[in-house]
Write a protein that binds this ligand. Structure first.
Ligand code: BGP
Length: 478
């Protein structure tokens, strides 16, 4: 749809940027923090790129004031970060660790002092190791109570200060990578367990959203979903059906539950046929249907193009975690779909497809299907950056990527989508879970690499100034 004139961004649009505790904080054993499943997992040889870990990360724990000063100077309106559960409850539950809570109080106060809206993610994958050991973490229904109690603690602590809350970050990724691909902790490859864990995570998500509303918290809460819209490779009906299969099994399987409390029909039948469907107990459906997110958080990076995949076709393939273009393998679910290369789009060095139009398509689909406000909680380009001898970073490729995506949002708003804000991934460079430090996303370059011995000095990239200007103009000159 062409528009004569695009709708302008609203004046209160949240121009933001994001991070996650494990990827930036460091200080992994400081001030009473407990061990998380990531603290443990990164120590298993071969699991992360060159054995990198977040022990020090980019030392945001000690440098948050410096980082916030840079945000202020840039004019950032919102900063999304996550709370490390293990700083609040070192063993997942029990006695509060006041020093951990104090750290986030200070961080939030500093943001507010600088007119930056804090957006708090309750769970960005760093589950307390103690809960993993005690009852296998997300595999037990006990986590519903413990997660809700942890969330309630934060609700009470930051009531009135924090107005935007993200319940779970990318449940689709942490369950799939944790329990299907063994690429994340706890390193399992078992579809039955994965779909069971996912069901329990759905219940925990719903319980926390209900708790937020019960407490009449001032503000909004919603989950963040990693949405990769699916396309068919061409108009062969077999391929169209493959794309429908992928959309049902990889997107509706989460989004329908968040928004309607219902699993999609075809995907659920597929799981039942394979004996992988979750066990749904009495009361579960009521709980899922009762929880109403105030917005949907969307993490958008790319689209996926699909083709027919027979029963004896391709299954899970290798991901590109090296940054060598073309090193990822074909992947799919036999009998459902396989992911193929889209000939119309470019790819990053990590083989992620660059498709700004796909963000507009994502927003359009979500708007029509769910009629919900959307907060874009992540979008960005992971690339190699070069620090010049003059300490500059000329990341024009990132500026192109981001500005094309912002334009797509503006078009989607003109189409009728209700978008609350846009958080780029990421604010500073940070640790990529599986890709070390060489895959950089930030506006702010951090001198840190796989040796983990960098100076940790911060340098503004060209994209930092580009975003500063964009915010100043509220996205009018795209
Ligand atoms: C999302 C995660 C982020 C971040 C981002 C980039 O899935 O929510 O935490 O890591 O992806 O991914 P990567 O680091 O793999 O490039």
């Amino acid at each position: 749809m062409e528009h004569q004139k695009l709708t302008e961004f609203p004046n209160d649009f949240l121009w933001g940027s994001a991070s996650a505790a494990y990827q930036v904080e460091g200080a992994w054993q400081e001030d009473g923090k407990g061990e998380s499943i990531w603290d443990r997992f990164v120590r298993i040889p071969g699991k992360t790129f060159k054995g990198t870990n977040g022990d020090l990360a980019v030392d945001h724990y000690h440098r948050f004031k410096e980082d916030i000063a840079l945000m202020k100077e840039q004019g950032l309106k919102a900063y999304r970060f996550s709370v490390a559960w293990t700083r609040i409850f070192p063993n997942g539950r029990g006695k509060i660790n006041q020093a951990g809570l104090d750290f986030y109080q200070e961080l939030i106060d500093e943001l507010i002092k600088n007119d930056i809206e804090p957006i708090v993610t309750l769970y960005h994958w760093d589950l307390p190791q103690a809960l993993q050991e005690e009852y296998a973490g997300w595999e037990s229904r006990q986590i519903i109570e413990d997660f809700t109690h942890y969330a309630e603690t934060l609700f009470n602590a930051f009531r009135g200060k924090v107005h935007y809350w993200v319940s779970l970050n990318e449940q689709n990724i942490f369950t799939s990578l944790g329990y299907l691909l063994a690429a994340h902790p706890p390193g399992v490859t078992n579809p039955k367990r994965m779909y069971q864990v996912n069901h329990i995570a759905n219940l925990a998500n719903a319980a926390v959203i209900n708790k937020f509303h019960e407490l009449a918290m001032p503000g909004k809460i919603g989950p963040s979903f990693a949405y990769t819209p699916n396309y068919p490779i061409n108009s062969d009906p077999k391929n169209i059906l493959a794309a429908e299969n992928a959309e049902d099994l990889l997107a509706h399987y989460w989004l329908d539950v968040y928004m309607w409390g219902k699993y999609p029909v075809a995907a659920m039948n597929f799981l039942e046929e394979h004996g992988w469907a979750p066990k749904i107990e009495e009361g579960d459906v009521e709980l899922l249907e009762s929880a109403k997110p105030d917005f949907l958080g969307i993490n958008y990076y790319q689209t996926s193009t699909n083709a027919f995949n027979p029963f004896d076709g391709v299954g899970a393939g290798k991901m590109n975690t090296t940054g060598k273009k073309g090193s990822s393998e074909e992947t799919g679910v036999p009998g459902m779909y396989k992911k193929v290369e889209n000939p119309f789009v470019e790819r990053t060095n990590w083989d992620w497809e660059i498709d700004p139009e796909g963000l507009r398509i994502a927003l359009r689909r979500i708007t029509s299907r769910y009629r919900t406000p959307v907060l874009i909680t992540e979008n960005g380009l992971g690339e190699y950056d070069q620090l010049t001898p003059e300490k500059k970073i000329h990341d024009d490729y990132r500026i192109t990527y981001l500005s094309n995506h912002v334009k797509a949002i503006k078009e989607a708003i003109s189409d009728g989508a209700n978008v609350l804000g846009y958080c780029t991934w990421s604010y500073t460079d940070l640790l990529s879970w599986l890709n070390g430090y060489q895959k950089r996303y930030g506006f702010v370059y951090v001198d840190q690499d796989e040796t983990q011995k960098g100076s940790l000095n911060r340098y503004k990239k060209d994209s930092y100034y580009w975003y500063q200007q964009l915010i100043k103009e509220n996205g009018t000159n795209l």
